[in-house]
Design a protein around this ligand. Structure first.
Ligand code: ADP
Ligand code: MG
Length: 367
């Protein structure tokens, strides 16, 4: 029902640049998540799409029509904010019907739309209740219902769950995923700073970099996890974040590259050495969950002494002494491992789990 095209979009407030070079091609029916650290411009980008913020440069198209100068009410979008205010003296039904009444829609049509939205959101039993008689999650659903009744082409959500407590966030996140399944043809853009929300909801994720003000990567959740294009994405997606181990290129051939790891031995990375030259300084990326305790004969990628451990039952998180100016290396070992402060460990990882970045943070897999 609606595709979106953003071409070279930029936003500045006076001389302060917030976003630049934003190119996104969003297909109808996608659930796109904008994610990134606080202040990276997620809300600003969403508000430009909604028409609540002017676009400094570049073009925005919805269904092929340029929208830069089209007022918000004519763009076919509906926005759900983090802080939604329901009318406290109106029932759930009237809260959802309100905007349609103001627009002088026919009563029977309003009724049909409200009941349809209530069904999608499983709010049918609560239509006669006042907001104060609802839970936080139910209220949030009413807020979403107010946008559904307007039958927009594009739904925009700006951190809709951030006011909910942890348990309710999980429930509501699942509800939003199910809501999307019930409206497969609708395009949704969802802003969050929570990478778990991004990973679980998105068809594709846009990671925004708060240092460069550009898109760090645009891809499916698993593409970002398995093949991050740069260290920004590598360390933003996944928790604890990916380890970056300094090393140098040793040798290699068309299929793989040998890396001398400063804190370990040699790692063979399955990327063509044609992209790298011998002696070049690099960063070997290994996710904490991809480290495995090395057995006799395994190549040792990292070797160190545990400075701190967390035994969480399902997993043991091991922190190693940090080398000068570097982050501590972290390993996640499944189950309850026999490791404590002072334990010396030698770790390895499967070659297909390794990542390799240059000193500027660009992945060799994309060179
Ligand atoms: P996010 O939603 O990713 O946390 P925002 O889009 O709200 O970030 O803000 C991005 C940047 O733009 C921030 O540095 C913020 O201070 C700045 N900003 C947002 N709105 C304005 C404004 N009206 N005037 C000046 N700067 C603004
Ligand atoms: Mg925001």
């Amino acid at each position: 029902m609606a595709s979106l095209l953003l071409e070279n979009i930029a936003k500045s407030y006076g001389t302060v640049e917030v976003l630049k070079n934003i190119d996104l091609d969003i297909q109808q029916g996608e659930l796109i998540v904008f994610v990134g650290p606080s202040g990276c411009g997620k809300s600003t980008l969403l508000r430009m799409i909604a028409g609540l913020e002017t676009i400094t440069a570049g073009d925005l198209y919805i269904d092929g029509t340029r929208m830069n100068d089209v007022p918000p009410s004519k763009r076919g979008i509906a926005m759900v904010f983090q802080s939604y205010a329901l009318y406290p003296h109106m029932t759930v039904y009237d809260n959802m019907a309100f905007a349609l009444k103001v627009a002088k829609m026919d009563k029977a049509q309003i009724d049909e739309r409200v009941r349809n939205a209530a069904k999608i959101l499983q709010l049918d039993p609560y239509l006669d209740r006042l907001p104060k008689a609802l839970s936080g999650g139910q209220r949030q659903r009413v807020a979403i219902g107010r946008s559904i009744v307007r039958d927009p082409k594009v739904y925009l959500f700006d951190e809709p769950l951030s006011n909910l407590d942890a348990a309710l966030r999980v429930d509501t996140r699942i509800e939003i995923a199910q809501l999307k399944e019930r409206m497969p043809e609708r395009t949704m853009i969802y802003v969050t700073h929570d990478q778990v929300e991004a990973m679980t909801l998105a068809s594709r994720i846009v990671v925004l970099n708060n240092k460069t003000h550009t898109v760090a990567q645009f891809g499916s959740p698993l593409e970002l996890y398995q093949r991050p294009e740069n260290t920004f994405v590598a360390q933003f997606i996944g928790s604890p974040k990916m380890n970056l181990l300094p090393g140098t290129i040793r040798a290699g051939d068309a299929g793989h590259t040998g890396v001398d790891v400063a804190a370990g031995g040699v790692a063979e990375v399955p990327v063509s050495a044609a992209n790298a030259s011998e002696g070049e300084r690099v960063q070997l990326g290994v996710r904490p969950e991809d480290f495995v305790v090395a057995r006799e004969g395994d190549p040792v990628i990292f070797e160190g002494t545990a400075s701190y451990t967390e035994k969480l039952g399902e997993v043991t998180v091991v922190y190693f002494d940090a080398r000068d100016g570097e982050d501590p290396v972290i390993a996640k070992i499944p189950g309850i491992a026999d490791v404590s402060k002072g334990t010396h460990l030698r770790l390895t990882a499967a070659p297909d789990k390794l990542h390799l970045f240059d000193t500027d943070g660009h992945s060799y897999f994309y060179k």
